[in-house]
Design a protein around this ligand. Structure first.
Ligand code: ATP
Ligand code: MG
Length: 358
């Protein structure tokens, strides 16, 4: 079932939580909603579920206005951000809950409930825990049971509000792969809230990036990462170095340096900030004597700190002109070569940059 929200506006007192949000979530896709704390992600999910009434705008489910459709009729499965399982009930009864509270006419019989719940527990690979209480489960197991409970009502739409928020990195990574496989099997339209960028980039078909109650950008993980619409998206989806200055005839003039920006439109001239990812900066040794003039243009930097383990070395370099720090990531082998030469002063050059005017 496709979901569409049109011009949704939601106010809490004087505070605007959602500001003219319009989005389409195509049938069968897994969309990640990403944004800083307080930007309105939960409010948007609750509005889609019918738990929150927008001040203006509409929610369309399968193309039809859902304003007058009650939460229960929306066929939405919801895993809440902070919503524990019922402690006094077994895992089995937790999953069965949504079926047992149905009006008598729609309630499956006991054998049917049993079969359905066990099928769901198998799906989340926890059928062997059916008789346990939630208190005797790990955090990751609890989240999978919460998901099984949301799926029990056979929802047309699955809304997941930071389902793995409280878990450690390794469990999260496992569970998000598992969630992706589950989604591919069930092919439900799903919206998944996270404020973990990697999680969003890895799991989803599409990403929506929100800030201050507004949508900043929507697109495939690749598109939002490679073609961020603005400085906020660029900075939010990964580490970013900023070089303030002017771009003129394909050259970036920043501090005391001017460097060619490869691939940059030579016709444009603008004042702004060039954003460069740490792995898109090239460094090479430069003469160590202060004030020495290197033959090729670049920004003179000195090494402050290096963390070199595993395949990548992460360097912190200080600009000699503005004293700003620059982060650079490069293959460890390359760093080892530079390090072996005893170099501490480098020339830094962006290989690729995105410039946003100011
Ligand atoms: N019932 C409410 N009454 C008043 N303000 C609210 C209410 N619900 C949410 N807000 C405010 O609306 C804003 C958006 O809240 P929301 O829960 O949607 O953020 P979020 O993006 O889910 O954040 P987080 O990542 O921390 O969960 C916040 O500033 C919050 O304080
Ligand atoms: Mg939230």
């Amino acid at each position: 079932m496709s979901i569409e929200v049109q011009h949704i506006h939601k106010q809490f007192g004087a505070f605007t939580a959602l500001d003219d949000v319009s989005l389409v979530f195509p049938e069968g896709q897994l969309t990640a909603l990403l944004g800083p704390s307080g930007c309105g992600k939960t409010t948007l999910l609750r509005t889609i579920a019918g738990l929150e009434t927008p001040d203006r705008g509409h929610v369309l489910l399968r193309g039809e206005d859902a304003s007058n459709t009650h939460v229960r009729q929306r066929q939405v499965g919801f895993v809440f951000q902070h919503y524990a399982l019922f402690k006094h009930m077994s895992v089995f009864e937790n999953v069965a809950f949504g079926l047992r509270v149905r009006p008598r006419a729609q309630r499956p019989d006991e054998a049917d409930i049993r079969a359905r719940v066990m099928r769901l527990l198998e799906l989340v690979q926890l059928d062997w825990l059916a008789d346990r209480r939630p208190g005797a489960l790990s955090g990751g197991q609890r989240q999978r049971i919460a998901l099984a409970r949301a799926l029990a009502i056979e929802p047309r739409v699955l809304l997941l509000d930071e389902p793995f928020g409280a878990l450690d990195t390794q469990v999260r990574t496992e569970l998000r792969r598992w969630l992706r496989r589950l989604h591919d099997e069930l092919k439900m339209t799903s919206i998944f809230v996270t404020h973990d960028q990697d999680e969003a980039l890895e799991v989803s078909d599409e990403i929506v990036i929100m800030n201050h109650g507004q949508v900043e950008q929507k697109g495939s993980p690749r598109a939002v990462y490679d073609q961020p619409a603005n400085a906020f998206v660029y900075g939010f989806l990964g580490r970013a170095n900023q070089f303030h200055g002017k771009v003129r005839q394909g050259e970036l003039h920043t501090g005391a340096a001017s460097i060619r920006l490869p691939g940059f439109d030579t016709q444009t001239e603008l004042s702004g900030t060039a954003y460069v990812r740490p792995h898109e900066i090239q460094i090479e040794p430069c003469p160590d004597a202060p004030g020495a003039h290197p033959s090729s243009p670049g920004i003179r930097v000195s090494l402050q700190r290096a963390r070199a383990f595993g395949p990548l070395a992460r360097l912190e370099l200080r600009r000699e002109d503005t004293q700003e720090l620059i982060e650079v990531v490069l293959p460890s082998q390359e760093y080892d070569r530079l390090h072996a030469g005893g170099h501490h002063h480098f020339l830094a050059r962006p290989r690729r940059a995105k410039v946003f005017a100011q």
